[in-house]
Design a protein around this ligand. Structure first.
Ligand code: GUN
Ligand code: ZN
Length: 672
């Protein structure tokens, strides 16, 4: 039975809940490393005063000190730590590595058994930590040994959850091999191991490659732990990659050498005249006071480090909830060039992924720098638009530069009406925004309307916008391409565009009117818009749209509902611009032959609940398509293929099948 549950997703990042015998924790989470005997700050304090939820200690250290060992065997690790919250234990892998201990020092099976005997919540296998300086063949051997140990450790775990560490050094293929082999074993959580030396030498970009290579092959229902990642400046980026667990010995190690952790870097107390932090320690003392202290200094710095680390992890969780983890990671990346490089690596790798989840996000996308246009959400929108938009070979393509600070139609209201553009099927209008080109029919679909860019546009953004406009032009294949020159920074693209392509630049609406093709076609522009959204959202091409009555919101002028026979079929979700079907709308989609990938089949046990409007739980999902993305609006079916409800997918298809806990589809409407 899996213990992990996803509450919300933002890209690869996930907001989760993890159940242990000693309580439920919220992820992403940070576990401070505590020493079994001489922890300066007790686990109970860590929870009560700093807001941590769980701690990690080292079973090898416990076991090698007779005093700790006896107490742990008698009273459990919880008794030893005087703590009744969740505890994870590590195995001694890192001590073997850093102190060059002989391999006989720890028996891989005994240490797992010992962890079970002391009743830890999560134990860890004795994986082999590869030093970054060793060659590939040694790393291969280390991976093999780690895998063999994982295999023989699983039968020993009993009630304890077991962490199976992914090793493989900086070799992505070895990470993949390691992860896919561990995935087959009955493990509960997967640390990404061997990263500490990469962290210490600022090789963050390598950590990104190592983490994503591993992640891809790990079962989605098991949390991923970035082993040894305790610096708060890395939390947002690591969460962006899908890491759920973190541990920190850094808070103590840094304090020992007079260093202060901050969300955007490290400061040496000795170099400070001011304390640039708002934690209770930095608020109560001046830099000089701290500097002049003797014994107390280290403890106070430790506390500062803990406050800062805990706060950053809360920020990470809130950012995922808000759909803003990318922004947070991008802000943090400004703290160190190596983090910028890592963000760059993340973006290049994510660009090769076919999707960005969840679909139908509602958060606005704030420009953080030239990387913004390459955000996975924007890239995905562009690709899906090119793939699904019902392009027809048209007489004229009209490109209108538009800064995207307002909905396109608001800005171009006069233009759209005067030129009677909407009604004209010989004409395709698209606006060219800093993040790319968008057919006006999709102007309200996320992220087209939700990108917030500064007035001054950087060169990289312009280049990307240009190339996306060219791709759109290739799809439309119009006889004529017009560019309506307007006073907006993006208008500068007319230069390079008209050089490379046959484009006529017009500088007034009056001139434009003379250049527009004869109006033709009967479909109203609102129906045309609906047709485009149906295609974009569900890959649905309907012959006739005549039955659909479109209700416009008086306040915003946007589509609010789609009705038929006086019944609402769809509601437009204002922030995402996508359609949420009613139950009746679900029936219409089904009749129109909605693709299987948008249907989720529930087991008989769940049918009654869903029909009452309760959410569809992952453990009752019978069938879900591999290609279903989280965030899609889907149909809930019973095993006989009848519609029982409609709702928004919280998980993607593979996750729906993999998870035993949590909501798979948040039901919007049901049969009853
Ligand atoms: N602590 C830091 N890195 C590692 C690792 O790779 N494996 C284990 N077991 N513990 C660690
Ligand atoms: Zn502070």
């Amino acid at each position: 039975m899996g213990q992990f549950e996803i509450r919300a997703k933002d890209g690869l990042a996930r907001l989760g809940k993890f159940t242990t015998k000693h309580g439920v924790v919220r992820t992403p989470l940070l576990m401070p490393v505590v020493h079994p005997g001489k922890s300066a700050i007790l686990p109970r304090e860590l929870v009560e005063n700093f807001g941590f939820q769980m701690v990690i200690t080292n079973s090898y250290i416990v076991r090698s000190h007779e005093r700790f060992r006896r107490k742990a065997l008698e009273e459990g690790v919880h008794g030893l730590l005087d703590f009744d919250g969740p505890v994870m234990t590590d195995s001694g892998t890192f001590q073997m590595y850093s102190h060059h201990l002989p391999s006989e020092e720890i028996d891989p099976l005994e240490i797992v058994r010992f962890q079970r005997e002391i009743d830890t919540d999560i134990g860890t296998i004795l994986d082999v930590f590869s030093d970054p300086s060793v060659g590939r063949s040694q790393v291969e051997k280390d991976v093999q040994i780690s895998l063999e140990r994982a295999e023989v450790s699983v039968p020993e775990k009993g009630e304890m959850m077991l962490a199976g560490t992914v090793q493989g050094g900086a070799y992505e293929d070895l990470r993949e091999l390691s992860a896919s082999r561990l995935a087959r074993l009955d493990l509960d959580i997967h640390p990404i191991g061997g990263v500490v030396p990469f962290m210490e030498s600022y090789r963050y970009s390598d950590i990104v490659r190592m983490t994503l290579a591993s992640k891809q092959h790990l079962p989605p229902q098991r949390p991923v732990h970035l082993f040894g990642c305790g610096h708060p400046m890395l939390f947002a980026q690591a969460a962006l990659l899908g890491c759920d667990f973190f541990d920190s010995a850094s808070y103590a190690k840094f304090a020992e050498s007079g260093r202060m952790l901050l969300p955007d870097g490290t400061m040496h107390l000795e170099s400070l005249r001011e304390l640039p932090c708002d934690c209770p320690i930095c608020s109560n003392f001046t830099a000089d006071e701290l500097k002049s202290m003797k014994e107390e200094k280290e403890l106070l710095l430790m506390k500062h480090n803990l406050y800062v680390s805990a706060a950053e992890m809360r920020r990470v969780r809130q950012a995922i909830q808000d759909g803003k983890i990318f922004e947070l990671a991008a802000y943090r990346a400004r703290g160190h060039p190596a983090l910028m490089e890592a963000l760059e690596t993340t973006l290049s790798i994510l660009a090769t992924y076919s999707a960005s989840e969840p679909i139908g996000k509602t958060a606005s996308l704030f420009y953080t720098g030239p990387e913004t246009s390459r955000r996975p959400e924007i890239g995905f929108f562009h690709r899906r638009m090119l793939e699904r938009f019902p392009f027809k070979k048209t007489h004229t393509l009209l490109l209108v530069p538009h800064h995207a600070d307002h909905p396109f139609s608001d800005t171009a209201q006069g233009l759209m009406e005067e030129a009677r553009i909407h009604q004209n099927e010989n004409l395709q209008v698209a606006f060219v925004a800093p993040f790319g080109a968008v057919p006006w029919e999709l102007e309200h679909v996320h992220p087209a309307q939700q990108c917030v860019f500064p007035k001054k546009i950087d060169e990289i953004t312009l280049k990307i916008s240009l190339s996306r406009a060219v791709e759109l032009m290739a799809k439309v294949q119009a006889d004529n391409v017009l560019w309506l020159s307007r006073e907006t920074p993006i208008d500068i693209l007319k230069g390079p565009l008209s050089q490379a392509n046959n484009i006529e630049v017009l500088d007034s609406i009056r001139k434009l009117k003379n250049s527009l093709p004869q109006a033709s076609g009967k479909e109203s522009w609102q129906h045309r818009r609906l047709r485009a959204i149906l295609a974009y959202q569900w890959n649905l091409q309907l012959d006739s749209m005549n039955d659909f009555e479109i209700v416009i919101s008086k306040g915003t002028g946007k589509i609010r509902h789609i009705r038929s026979d006086n019944e609402i079929l769809f509601t437009v979700i204002p922030q995402s611009g996508l359609l949420a079907p009613t139950f009746r709308g679900g029936e219409v989609l089904l009749k129109a032959g909605l693709d299987q990938s948008y249907r989720v089949c529930m087991s008989v046990d769940a049918v009654e609940f869903v029909e009452e409007g309760k959410s569809a739980l992952a453990k009752f999902v019978l069938k879900a398509n591999d290609s279903l993305l989280s965030g899609e609006e889907v149909l809930l079916m019973n095993p006989d293929g009848q519609l029982i409800g409609v709702g928004r997918a919280v998980l993607n298809g593979p996750e729906m099948l993999a998870f035993d806990r949590g909501v798979a589809v948040a039901t919007r409407h049901s049969k009853l």
